[in-house]
Design a protein around this ligand. Structure first.
Ligand SMILES: Cc1cc2nc3c(=O)[nH]c(=O)nc-3n(C[C@H](O)[C@H](O)[C@H](O)COP(=O)(O)OP(=O)(O)OC[C@H]3O[C@@H](n4cnc5c(N)ncnc54)[C@H](O)[C@@H]3O)c2cc1C
Length: 320
């Protein structure tokens, strides 16, 4: 219930207008967001890299309904790919289709995506297409496959959400195609007709999909993370849930998959202890580093994931 209300608020313009005016909102949000400038993001990545952790950079922004904003976001992501190269840090980028024009037109979005992928390919870097809520699932997979066919197989990956019933079949097909997949639980409100309503169902499905992904990695030749850390292996397990991580590690051992033929992914500011522990154990770890001024919806989704974050936020509100 609380989660649903917060996810509703993450999209409500009126709530955004109120909350972003409070300076303490940013104080709390800055736990999850590297900063508002490119430089802040690069510094955060350099810090992670010094601990043996790779990154994927997210220029915050979503649900863009204006052509100029979609073009500006595309340009910013291209610039960041160049900046990552110049700064010699180990990071790819993550993009949301609703940030680069999918709400305006599919062909415009495809064109913007292609520009980003072309730059990434030129720089031997990697782009992950984030998965947004279910109205975008089909078109995201469609554009992803179109990019694979267009020659970007080693440049682009996609995200699958364990809370959707359809995901098991999607992943089976993606493994036949040798696609690079990040698995996460899913961060939006979805109806019970299409998604597991209970956490236990999501967790069980997550483990089931982990098996398919790891078997798929083995069948696809155990492709390892690239030596420079930029191109990820086939499975990326995106969670902070220790039980899911332990399950993954056990299954990796059981089937004899090499540690560097998968990677764990986590969000900036969450379970740093676990990020460092896994990296020390020899697993590739990649942290999702968001930056930019459009932090409101991302931040409120992080509040929705953990009630303790909301209490922390409310305590700050009282102290302000
Ligand atoms: C790298 C990465 C990329 C992602 N990309 C997408 C995407 O493209 N599309 C999408 O829908 N979702 C995405 N997500 C979000 C994901 O779907 C979940 O909402 C989020 O990861 C929380 O789920 P969990 O697996 O950590 O498990 P949970 O069961 O929610 O949490 C397990 C434990 O992790 C810690 N934790 C989790 N969330 C928080 C938090 N906000 N604050 C503090 N501690 C926390 C707590 O200790 C908690 O007990 C991504 C997540 C990661 C890690």
């Amino acid at each position: 219930m609380l989660r649903s209300i917060l996810i509703y608020l993450s999209k409500a313009v009126w709530a955004r207008n109120i909350m972003t005016k409070w300076s303490f909102s940013w104080r709390v949000a800055s736990r999850f967001v590297a900063g508002d400038k490119q430089e802040d993001a690069i510094n955060a990545i350099a810090d992670l890299n010094s601990k043996g952790i790779n990154a994927t950079l997210d220029h915050l922004g979503e649900n863009v309904t204006n052509l100029d904003e979609a073009s500006a976001a595309t340009q910013e992501i291209i610039e960041m790919l160049e900046r990552i190269e110049r700064a010699r840090v180990v990071a790819g980028v993550s993009v949301k289709l609703s940030q680069i024009g999918i709400l305006l037109s599919e062909s415009l979005c495809e064109e913007n995506l292609r520009k980003i992928l072309e730059k990434a390919k030129e720089l031997k870097n990697f782009v992950r297409i984030d998965m947004e809520d279910s109205p975008f699932t089909e078109v995201t997979l469609k554009l992803f496959r179109r990019m694979i066919q267009a020659g970007y197989k080693d440049t682009v990956g996609v995200v699958i959400q364990a809370y959707l019933y359809r995901s098991e079949e999607d992943v089976k097909r993606l493994m036949k195609e040798g696609a690079r997949v990040r698995l996460c639980k899913g961060a939006y409100n979805e109806p019970p007709e299409i998604a597991f309503p209970e956490k236990s169902g999501v967790d069980q499905n997550f483990d089931q999909i982990v098996k398919i992904l790891l078997d798929g990695a083995l069948q696809n030749g155990s492709i390892k993370i690239s030596p420079d850390g930029k191109i990820p292996p086939i499975p990326a397990i995106g969670t902070h849930d220790q039980k899911r991580i332990e399950y993954t590690k056990q299954y990796v051992d059981m089937i004899g998959l090499s540690k560097d033929a998968l990677e764990f992914q986590m969000l900036y500011g969450i379970r740093r202890d676990l990020q460092e522990q896994l990296a020390k154990q020899g697993y590739p770890v990649r942290v999702y580093v968001p930056y930019g001024t459009e932090w409101y919806p991302y931040f409120v989704r992080r509040l929705a994931e953990r009630p303790a974050n909301l209490w922390f936020f409310l305590t700050n509100f009282v102290k302000k």
